[in-house]
Design a protein. Structure first.
Lengths: 94, 379
């Protein structure tokens, strides 16, 4: 028996990066595409620092909103699937 | 006797929830994504749910660390005392130390005092507890730093108020996941210990799984502890280590959730505390211009190194005391001492109170906010 379970360690690192950094990045991508569109240009124009006083999130572009919805759905689905997976591992079939 | 041990175990579970609320909710409270009291209520509820989700870790604790043949009820009670005392002391100092290590240390110390070093499965201890403890904060920090960098990179053209709004929503989601993960990981430990006690008492056969009433009471104890909220630890994690913005909060919590859930599915008994702290430091490293208060981090790391041996010493001492008096009376004496000590620690904490009202005040070098009298030189 070895002291360090390298294969588990690698798996935790790789899957951890995919789930722990990749999913929030996808969420960020969703926020970004949500903000695309005419409102965003106005918000940006209203202040020299990028309009930091405006908290307009929805930019108004339809394509942007569709992409955003897709991103958020993927994030939600991944979260739901991982919880199901944990449940499966935690309750092995006898 | 068995009843006493089970009550002590549930008390430990309570301090566990109490001590670890911060791991899940500190960053949400610090960025204002959730009001403090709502945060602890949600976290308590999800801890309850999480406790039912996975039972893999409970098996490791009950069977993989000490020879179950050498464990008596007195050993379990003494071990729990070690864990509880260490948890409360670190809470008083506002240090997020690992409840898992406190518990494991206490049980190992008591076992060694009772049956000598050979009763401890050293290989299991090192490969399943110490090595993961050394790696987990590093992995969590790496994931969180990557996440933080990506989030700021992708959303750099958004208005900062709009970005804050969006990420606070995401943060609530990821904080809930951490609470769930905490329940799957930490409630298991007490279930493992109670199972160990039941095996020691002969109620269960060796190698058994935790019975349903154990799962339910443990879930209740940890969620109650979480709800009461360890504001001192929340403050250190949310304000002391790094000043956190909502994208960082989301990155930290996603990283914690991913690492904890993954390792708990591999049966690793990870410390949620180590992971959460690693993640928060990671978000500080991933954002340009963010400062990590390394002196605070250093104090934590010192406490982590001392957790296992200190809890082991307290556990061994408690066993010595109980064994000196003999039998049930011995356990009662130890528990009485425990209650006195807990009361003293509680009274001590009143002088520098941290609660849901002042948890977010400006960090001024100590756990207690500046308005309160300065923390005594106990650190």
């Amino acid at each position: 028996m070895s002291w360090v379970n390298w294969s588990a360690l690698w798996k935790i690192l790789v899957f951890g990066l995919i789930a722990g950094a990749g999913l929030p990045a996808l969420f960020a991508g969703g926020l970004y595409s949500l903000s695309l569109g005419p409102h965003r240009a106005r918000a940006a124009a209203s202040g020299a620092d990028g309009g930091s006083d405006s908290d307009v999130l929805v930019g108004g572009s339809v394509a942007g909103m569709v992409i955003a919805a897709l991103c958020f759905l993927i994030v939600l689905a991944a979260v739901g699937w991982s919880i199901y997976e944990i449940y499966q591992i935690g309750h092995p079939k006898k | 006797m068995l009843v006493l041990v089970v009550i002590t175990a549930l008390a430990f579970d309570f301090t566990n929830g109490f001590h670890d609320t911060g791991n899940a909710m500190a960053t949400s409270i610090a960025t204002g994504a959730l009001p403090p009291r709502v945060a602890v209520a949600v976290s308590g509820l999800l801890n309850f749910v999480g406790a039912f989700l996975s039972l893999a870790v409970a098996a490791t604790i009950a069977n993989g660390l000490v020879n179950t043949g050498d464990v008596t009820l007195t050993v379990v009670a003494a071990g729990l005392c070690g864990g509880i005392i260490w948890n409360l002391l670190t809470w008083l100092l506002g240090i997020p130390s690992s409840s898992s290590h406190a518990l494991i240390g206490g049980v190992i110390g008591a076992t060694m005092a009772a049956a000598g070093g050979s009763a401890v499965q050293w290989h299991g201890l090192v490969s399943k507890v110490i090595i993961p403890a050394a790696f987990s904060p590093v992995i969590a920090a790496l994931v969180a730093a990557t996440g933080t960098y990506l989030l700021y990179r992708i959303t750099r053209s958004l208005t900062s108020a709009g970005r804050g709004h969006g990420f606070r929503i995401g943060q609530i989601g990821s904080a809930c996941l951490v609470s769930l993960a905490h329940g799957t990981n930490d409630a298991q430990k007490t279930m493992g210990v109670i199972t160990l006690a039941l095996i020691a008492n002969g109620t269960l056969a060796a190698g058994s799984n935790a019975p349903t009433w154990v799962i339910v009471t443990c879930a209740l104890a940890i969620s109650l502890g979480t709800y009461i909220g360890g504001w001192r630890v929340i403050r250190t994690l949310g304000k002391g280590l790094v000043e956190i913005d909502s994208p960082q909060g989301m990155a930290a919590e996603s990283a914690s959730a991913a690492v904890i859930l993954l390792s708990s599915s591999f049966g690793y008994s990870l410390s949620t505390t180590h992971v959460a702290t690693g993640s928060i430091i990671g978000t500080g490293l991933g954002k340009k211009g963010a400062d990590v208060r390394w002196s605070v981090a250093g104090r934590m790391a010192t406490a982590w190194v001392f957790t296992l041996p200190s809890a082991a010493i307290v556990g061994a001492a408690a066993y010595g005391l109980a064994d000196g008096v003999h039998g049930t009376a011995g356990v009662i004496v130890v528990l009485a001492v425990l209650v006195v000590l807990c009361t003293l620690i509680y009274l001590r904490s009143r002088s520098t109170k941290v609660d849901h009202k002042n948890v977010n005040h400006e960090w001024s070098g100590g756990v207690a906010p500046a308005e309160a009298p300065a923390t005594p030189a106990a650190a």
